[in-house]
Ligand binder design. Structure first.
Ligand code: DQA
Length: 150
């Protein structure tokens, strides 16, 4: 039976593919969604992939994940660096969280090196572009002991 993983994307990630492509790459969020579903299927993981520009909506989705999903992958976008509300929700949810960033946030402006999300995350994957989401799925598969990749 497939095990559910929630993949959440924060503000401006709906603009991937046209947004600062030299930093974030040419793949759209729809491309990443598709590749996560396919990769997840091979790992025995059912993917619920969402994006919101609104902090409140992200908080609500994290709250609802409690008891309904096995893990969360989160690219909180700019809220990574600002949102105590998202951190508090993550602390409450009691499922493993893997933090993902397309870019290497430690190589960029100093304010991006600070992540509230990291305080609640099992680990962080940053700098591998869209491939980072698949790396996060591998990490989750190991963490929750899901099926082996075909
Ligand atoms: C990002 C990095 C953040 O600093 C930025 O605000 C984003 C995207 C990334 O995936 O590299 O929106 O999370």
């Amino acid at each position: 039976m497939s095990r559910k993983v929630l993949i959440l994307n924060g503000p401006n990630l709906n603009m991937l593919g046209t947004r600062e492509v030299e930093i974030y790459g040419k793949e759209t969020l729809a491309d990443i969604d598709k590749s996560c579903r396919e990769y997840g299927r091979d790992l025995g993981l059912e993917i619920d992939f969402r994006q919101s520009n609104a902090e409140a909506e992200l908080v609500t989705w994290i709250q609802q994940a409690r008891g309904t999903v096995e893990a969360i992958i989160l690219n909180a976008g700019a809220y990574t660096h600002t949102s105590i509300a998202i951190l508090d929700a993550l602390k409450m949810v009691e499922v493993p969280v893997v933090e993902v960033h397309l870019s290497n946030i430690f190589q960029r402006e100093p304010f991006r090196a600070e992540s509230y999300v990291s305080r609640a995350a099992k680990g962080i994957i940053a700098g591998f572009g869209a491939h980072g989401y698949r790396l996060a799925l591998d990490a989750i598969s190991q963490l929750i002991g899901a099926g082996t990749k075909k």
